[in-house]
Design a protein around this ligand. Structure first.
Ligand SMILES: [Zn+2]
Length: 202
């Protein structure tokens, strides 16, 4: 590994799979710096790798720390008819949220699954994974809840509500130790950043 790769975490990570350019911005908007600050995108570069990728250089609005996000754009690059498709995913997300609120759980489940569909939706949409996992908790299907909530936590490890919900899933599965670990992380994040409202941005 050369020095450049060592100093640039963005190149060491596996590119994040996205199915639309808009979702790259949603993804960054939902990330936070370890200090709690939001990121501003300072530079964008298209990289003609295989598959092609989009590199967003970001800076924390609070502490100026830099972070690079690299997105795998192979599923839509060069296919302009696919560029606007996040609008549909976003519509499904908001309709699913509404259905969840009014207790139409089967319909909400179906819609959230479309939101995170690996081909048609956005599989790295952490808030959709979070709400789908929460829905499975309501349906008393903890194994599925665990699967989706774990994915959400991997994507947004600094969001307390995700850890709290994952802890509930662990508890229902009898994974008491893991549940306690997740609750400890949740409390630490709430101490650092305050209590958030778990709405997400899209
Ligand atoms: Zn910061």
């Amino acid at each position: 590994m050369d020095d450049e790769a060592n100093t640039d975490l963005g190149t060491l990570q596996r590119p994040i799979k996205v199915n639309s350019p808009e979702f790259e911005y949603v993804y960054v908007a939902n990330q936070r710096c370890p200090c709690g600050g939001d990121y501003t995108i300072v530079r964008q570069a298209l990289m003609l790798t295989t598959p092609p990728s989009d590199r967003l250089e970001c800076r924390c609005q609070q502490c100026d720390r830099e972070r690079v996000f690299v997105f795998d754009i192979g599923s839509f690059f060069g296919q302009s008819e696919k560029y606007g498709r996040f609008a549909k995913t976003d519509r499904h997300f908001h309709e699913a949220l509404l259905q969840l609120k009014i207790g139409q759980l089967t319909q909400a489940e179906e819609r959230f699954l479309r939101v995170i569909d690996p081909d048609e939706g956005e599989p790295n949409f952490a808030w959709a994974l979070f709400y789908l996992g929460s829905l499975y908790l309501e349906l008393e299907r903890p194994a599925e809840a665990y699967e989706y909530l774990s994915r959400a936590v991997d994507i947004q490890p600094l969001d307390a509500p995700l850890h709290q919900m994952l802890a509930f899933a662990c508890r229902l599965l009898g994974r008491e130790k893991e549940a306690r670990q997740q609750l400890a992380i949740m409390l630490e994040l709430e101490r650092r950043f305050g209590v958030s409202d778990a709405e997400g941005e899209a």
